[in-house]
Design a protein around this ligand. Structure first.
Ligand SMILES: [Mn+2]
Length: 297
């Protein structure tokens, strides 16, 4: 029998569970989703015949309560195991098949479970998984983890499918230490230079505003959104929250201490205390544009 994995498409934490499944030597199907696609997908998925699957894993995605209501009554409910760390998912703590921990990331929770049952653990993988966590929980500066930002860049350069492929090949070949290829190192050097130019350029166009009475810096960017937020907060102590709008994607909020998950929730989004966001849709834009602009920097 095979397994099924449903995980988050948008970042390294979301796609690494696919890499882990690839290392397990089991047949599996998988689906990568954005956060707002979960409900619709799950409604259809639960209508299908799932009898060919032994385990159905969901990682790094918040599953809405309406889906749990259906899941409870489903004939295949015993096949489901869910691993997540989003604040918006904590309503599901009561279910025994759900592992939730906000101090971990989707990947670490899943890895900790799998490595007890399957022979996948290697020093290289342990090192990589730690960096995925530092990246996803934004701990890489305090942990002085140099690999985390590299993973983020590689994910951006490769896209999710090739990233999964590259990492799988690497962990099958090299067990001792996580390594980059010479090609990747050269690519990252070039990318780093381009990134710095991009971030400086976006910062110059940052708008200061008050959002729900919180001083924020708003910038528009399609790339390097996490790093841009980080730089805006570092370079502008007068703002409490960095807001980056990606017209083709979503709006990201980052802060040093303000709980931005609450802020994002007001506009119909969600996330973590220091990192949250919302998809761009008409309601979000309508609510969001009702801000008091305070001029350019
Ligand atoms: Mn995550």
């Amino acid at each position: 029998m095979k397994d099924y994995l449903i995980s988050h498409i948008k970042d390294v934490d979301g796609v690494t569970p696919v890499v882990l499944m690839n290392l397990m030597n089991r047949h599996f199907d998988y689906k990568l989703l954005d956060i707002y696609e979960v409900e619709e997908f799950m409604n259809e998925f639960l209508e299908q015949d799932l009898s060919c699957y032994e385990h159905i894993y969901i990682t790094d995605l918040t599953v809405p309560e309406s889906i749990y209501e259906k899941l409870k009554k489903h004939t295949c409910k015993d096949k489901f195991l869910i691993f997540d760390h989003h604040k918006t998912h904590m309503h599901a703590k009561k279910y025994s098949f759900v592992t939730l921990d906000m101090n971990e990331c989707g990947t670490t929770l899943f890895y900790n479970y799998l490595k007890e049952l399957y022979d996948i653990e290697t020093p290289a993988l342990n090192q990589y998984i730690e960096s995925v966590k530092n990246l996803d929980l934004w701990l890489f500066e305090q942990e002085e983890d140099k690999i985390s930002p590299i993973l983020d860049s590689l994910f951006g350069l490769y896209g999710e499918l090739r990233y999964i492929d590259e990492m799988t090949k690497r962990f099958l070949a090299v067990k001792e230490e996580f390594v980059l290829t010479p090609f990747e190192m050269e690519l990252l050097k070039l990318e780093e230079e381009g990134k710095n130019r991009y971030i400086n350029n976006r910062e110059l166009r940052m708008i200061k505003a008050k959002l729900k009475n919180i001083p924020v810096g708003i910038a528009f960017a399609e790339k390097y959104r996490s790093e841009l937020c980080h730089e805006l907060l570092n370079r502008h102590p007068e703002i409490d929250v960095a807001v980056v709008i990606n017209m083709g994607g979503g709006i990201s909020f980052r802060s040093r201490e303000v709980d931005v998950s609450l802020l994002a929730k007001e506009f119909g989004g969600g996330g973590h205390k220091l990192a949250a966001g919302l998809p761009i849709n008409v309601e979000a834009i309508e609510k969001f544009l009702d801000v008091q602009f305070q001029g350019k920097i």
